[in-house]
Design a protein around this ligand. Structure first.
Ligand code: NAP
Ligand code: F7E
Length: 324
């Protein structure tokens, strides 16, 4: 039986990947962090599935990872766990590096030392391109602009090194931004769509944001987790960009989200310096030709579809909670 081990199972991507793999008949093992209150709302609906198993652990706990890899004996490992917020990485650089860079090394080393021949997926990111101008693909020079981007770049290179040095089937998916109704509330798309829902419901009148000029290549998370799996099914391990090929500014996303609710964004969005970053990534736009040619993967949902889909979802969620 195919047995997957997923770090970051409680996150946006981890939850969609778990649904996808369970549907494919996999046994799924997920790493969950101990916290004083349970933080599993994205996978609660899967509880009770007898092919889903959760294990306490943390990417900063190497011994725990060694023990888990040995006891689970996974056929595929998806390393999605991370301190994934770019702005927070400027405030917690040490923890970000320990989790994202050294955490990846700990997991790879646990796999290597076990002697098992499982496949490994690393969640690399377009943030590694940083200030290198678009379009960006697998051959583009890296120039990260945050402790997050730098931590992911080290993890990216160590993944390549374990492939070259030990012959591990290890791949990196260089994924551009991907969003959904399950996106964390402090990433800009979800912050905007939740803001629109609250303004439409009359709960507030303003939404505070930082830099509106940055452009991103925003895709739909459920489509991107399929690409992760496809990378592990390829004949040879390799690295792939996943992206839509469309770039939109934060301002354009705002405009689409507010206008879908019949609102004018300029009447509500106010600037707050607090949301600016010490160094910004101005423009990301991915070229996913390699993934399309080699894997048959293609993004279908565009940023403007996403804005509408996420506003509808947040409005419905808010309406439900107000009824309660
Ligand atoms: P997310 O929603 O922020 O989820 C992050 C996951 O990592 C959560 O399950 C979190 O657990 C877990 N985690 C955090 N610190 C950990 C630690 N020390 N040990 C073990 N687990 C830890 O992120 P996402 O959007 O699903 O992204 C998944 C991965 O892809 C991340 O590695 C991210 O950096 C990368 N990525 C994301 C995007 C994107 O646009 N979404 C693009 C490129 C790459 P808790 O629930 O307990 O906090
Ligand atoms: O910011 C600007 C901000 O935090 C997008 C992570 O998943 O994707 C994500 O990183 C843009 C930036 O995502 C606010 O300055 C303006 O230019 O939604 P974000 P991100 O930094 O692109 C990559 C690919 C990852 O790998 C990461 O894990 O929006 N912006 N005003 C704002 N951003 C936030 N969060 N909040 C604001 O108020």
């Amino acid at each position: 039986m195919n047995r997957a081990f997923i770090t970051g199972i409680t996150g946006q991507d981890g939850s969609y990947l778990t649904e996808f793999l369970l549907d494919k008949g996999y046994e799924v093992h997920g790493l969950v962090r101990r916290s004083s209150t349970l933080n599993r709302s994205r996978i609660d609906h899967l509880a009770g599935n007898d092919r889903l198993h959760l294990h306490y652990g943390d990417l900063t706990d190497g011994v725990g990872l060694v023990n888990l890899v040995r006891s689970i004996e996974p056929t595929e490992v998806y390393n999605l766990g991370a301190q994934s917020h770019v702005k927070v990485s400027f405030e917690m650089p040490d923890y970000t590096a320990s989790t994202n860079s050294i955490g990846t090394l700990r997991l790879l080393e646990a796999i290597r030392a076990s002697g098992m021949s499982c496949k490994f997926y690393q969640a690399s990111t377009s943030e590694m391109f940083g200030s290198t101008p678009p379009p960006q693909n697998e051959d583009t020079t890296f120039h990260p602009r945050s402790p997050y981007g730098a931590s992911k770049l080290q993890a990216h290179w160590v993944t390549i090194n374990y492939r070259e040095a030990y012959g591990l089937f290890a791949v990196s998916g260089i994924l551009f931004n991907h969003e959904s109704p399950r996106r964390g509330e402090n990433f800009v798309t979800r912050k905007i769509t939740r803001g629109v829902a609250a303004i439409r419901a009359g709960l507030t009148d303003t939404l505070e944001l930082g830099n509106l000029d940055a452009t991103r290549d925003w895709g739909y998370a459920p489509e991107y987790v399929v690409g992760m799996w496809q990378m592990l099914q390829a004949d040879e391990p390799d690295d792939y960009v996943l992206a839509t090929g469309e770039g939109h500014s934060v301002r354009a996303f705002c405009e689409a989200a507010f206008s879908h609710a019949g609102l004018n964004w300029q009447d509500h969005v106010v600037h707050n310096d607090m949301y600016e970053r010490p160094s910004e990534v101005d423009a990301l736009l991915g070229d996913a030709t390699k993934a399309r040619t080699h894997l048959g993967w293609e993004a279908k949902t565009t940023a403007l579809d996403l804005a509408r889909l996420m506003v509808d979802s947040d409005s419905a969620e808010l309406e439900m909670s107000l009824k309660k």
